[in-house]
Design a protein. Structure first.
Length: 609
């Protein structure tokens, strides 16, 4: 027979906490200046009146601050607090019996029932207040704050990651620096990148490239003299992940570029690709970090049908895993010390989740403003778990969602549960991904995808060449580019015909808070499946977007604004892409979008004249 517990159990139940991820295993996310709203079910046995509060503190603070929670009915409570400091926070819910309110509630019910002899009850109330006597009239007017007794709280505090705004909102431009003349050439392009409204310039790996099994043009197995090799084949006699390819410039050149970008409101993102060419110094210095077959050979990286003969993967199952983890953290901290605050992480789903949770926690403890983008086109559960483990934002399946039904369903999915931890980045293309829609749709397809990405998601990106409608695949059925920049030197300029639209969209994103959020979207009824429309609202700011998803034919018909949208019965709309103005109303509004003439509307709502 088991004895009763030595410590008195909590009477008050705290359940169904709205911000608890996997029973508190993972933190939720917010950006500086936002509120964390927390709801929970709080109740106890009996009829006592309860009170509850949120207690919270940023990392390093010794004491918890407190914010009251209010009852919503049916045992639901809510409370909130605002976060400013970057980094990890702790918060919990505490609840207690309000002894005086409970006593007064009983007194009120007895009075309502017509009981007249309340001598004992009033004596009890006087003891609670520490006074000699108390009348019923006095009791009903008092609301004292007595010391808490028998508080209940969550078993352990929950965690919250507070990032800076760039973790949630940003326009990215990916380029190969060697195609722009190295760091100096990119520095010269910084003013134009800023004028176009980009926030982040992302580089593929900038490290020395291996010679052994170097790939040639179009991923051929034999490199010709002068072939630069893939930047993802990291490491040579010149150094590894801690070094810079000489053809790009020096560390001083990189620091000058970082400074020039900052002067224009831009940031530089580096690729964190944890893999090595056969010539990487670690092959000799740390052979135990690589998996060898029984015959002693190393297996190169593969992702069938793709094969990477110029790359070896690190072995995270090595007995020396702690030293490997530390070396990789040291790399992040090294580049952070030179001004890099954003890392795009290559294939994080092929490394242990526990490793990423540790690395990101430790790196952000030193630099709370670090941002990590997960390039994980993989299973939904792994993508979600990487986000829970700490990645600031993530690539998504948007790249392959083309129809009205696919887009509506996917964005609705992202705006439901995952928004507490998963921040999407809607890249329209990458050096590895040229979708069939872009291959076959011509310039109208590029414009449609650009408008969708820039207006659906707070963060989006394009890879250099998109603005010039590059769309020739390596082969039929392939998503690889013909003459891929991954294996060839190119000469790039910021002169693509789609860039004026990019600039207008980026300006609209900065001017309209509604375009800086994901959870403020309402999909609108349209006349046909080729026409998608949605309303985004943030406070008094409202933007309506209409896109023709068919790059080959016109889309026309009514777009219906429902009464529950809380817009005026009549209102003006200004097209942020063209400057045209129309008057719209609640109900149906005629739209005609013709490829080659107009592929989309981005309509800012204002009061009708």
């Amino acid at each position: 027979m088991q004895e009763p517990p030595r410590k008195r159990p909590q009477r008050i139940e705290i359940q169904s906490v709205s911000t608890s991820l996997d029973c508190g295993r993972y933190p939720v996310k917010r950006t500086a200046g936002e509120e964390l709203l927390v709801e929970a079910r709080i109740f106890a046995d009996g009829h006592d009146v309860l009170k509850a509060a949120l207690r919270y503190r940023p990392s390093g603070a010794r004491r918890f601050e407190e914010a009251p929670m209010e009852p919503l009915g049916n045992d639901r409570w809510k409370g909130s607090f605002r976060v400013e400091r970057l980094g990890r926070w702790q918060y919990t819910i505490t609840a207690w019996v309000d002894r005086f309110a409970s006593w007064r509630d009983e007194l009120e019910r007895k009075l309502a029932a017509g009981q007249t002899d309340l001598t004992s009850e009033l004596a009890e109330g006087a003891v609670l207040l520490g006074v000699e006597r108390l009348t019923a009239e006095e009791a009903l007017e008092l609301d004292p704050e007595l010391p808490h007794e028998a508080e209940s709280s969550l078993p352990a505090p929950l965690e919250l990651i507070v990032d800076r705004e760039r973790a949630r909102v940003g326009a990215w431009y990916e380029l190969f620096p060697r195609s722009f003349g190295g760091f100096a050439g990119v520095t010269a392009a910084v003013p134009e990148l800023a004028r176009l409204g980009f926030d982040v310039v992302y580089f593929p790996p900038i490290h020395p490239i291996g010679h052994t099994h170097r790939k040639g043009k179009n991923n051929s197995l034999t490199a010709e003299p002068g072939d630069p090799g893939s930047p993802w084949a990291i490491g040579s006699e010149a150094g590894g992940h801690d070094a810079i390819a000489a053809e790009l410039g020096t560390l001083a050149d990189l620091e000058q570029l970082v400074a020039a970008a900052a002067e224009h409101g831009l940031e530089l993102a580096l690729d964190l690709a944890l893999q090595c060419s056969p010539d990487h110094p670690w092959l000799n210095e740390h052979p135990e970090w690589f998996h060898r077959r029984p015959d002693g050979t190393l297996k190169y990286a593969e992702n069938p049908p793709k094969r990477y003969q110029d790359i070896y993967n690190l072995n995270f199952d090595t007995e020396d895993w702690r030293a490997l983890w530390q070396a990789l953290l040291d790399l992040v901290l090294r580049w952070a010390a030179h001004g890099i605050r954003i890392f795009r992480v290559d294939n994080p789903h092929t490394k242990p989740v526990a490793f990423w949770a540790w690395l990101i926690r430790e790196a952000q403890a030193a630099h709370p403003d670090l941002v990590f983008l997960a390039e994980a086109f993989t299973r939904p559960s792994m993508m979600a778990t990487l986000a829970k483990a700490g990645f600031s934002q993530s690539y998504t399946y948007f790249t392959w969602r083309n129809t009205k039904e696919e887009l509506t369903e996917y964005v609705t999915e992202l705006t439901s549960g995952p928004q507490e931890f998963f921040r999407p980045n809607f890249f329209v293309n990458t050096p590895d991904i040229l979708t069939e829609y872009l291959q076959t749709g011509g310039p109208p397809a590029f414009e449609a995808r650009l408008v969708l990405a820039a207006t659906l998601s707070p963060s989006y990106g394009i890879y250099s060449g998109f603005e010039s409608f590059e769309a020739t695949p390596f082969a039929e059925g392939s998503e690889e580019y013909l003459s891929s920049e991954k294996y060839e030197l190119r000469e790039r300029r910021l002169d693509g015909p789609l860039l004026p639209v990019v600039a207008r969209l980026n300006a609209a994103r900065r001017a309209h808070p509604a375009l800086q959020r994901l959870d403020d979207i309402t999909f609108l009824e349209t006349a046909n499946e080729s026409l998608i429309a949605y309303l985004k609202q943030d406070g008094g700011d409202a933007v309506i977007v209409c896109v023709n998803l068919d790059p080959h034919g016109a889309a026309e018909g009514l777009v219906t604004v429902p009464p529950e949208a809380e817009l005026p019965e009549r209102f003006d709309v200004n097209d942020l892409l063209t400057g045209d103005t129309w008057t719209w109303s609640t109900g149906g509004n005629y739209v005609l979008l013709v490829p080659g003439e107009r592929q989309a509307h981005v309509l800012a709502v204002s009061e009708a004249d």
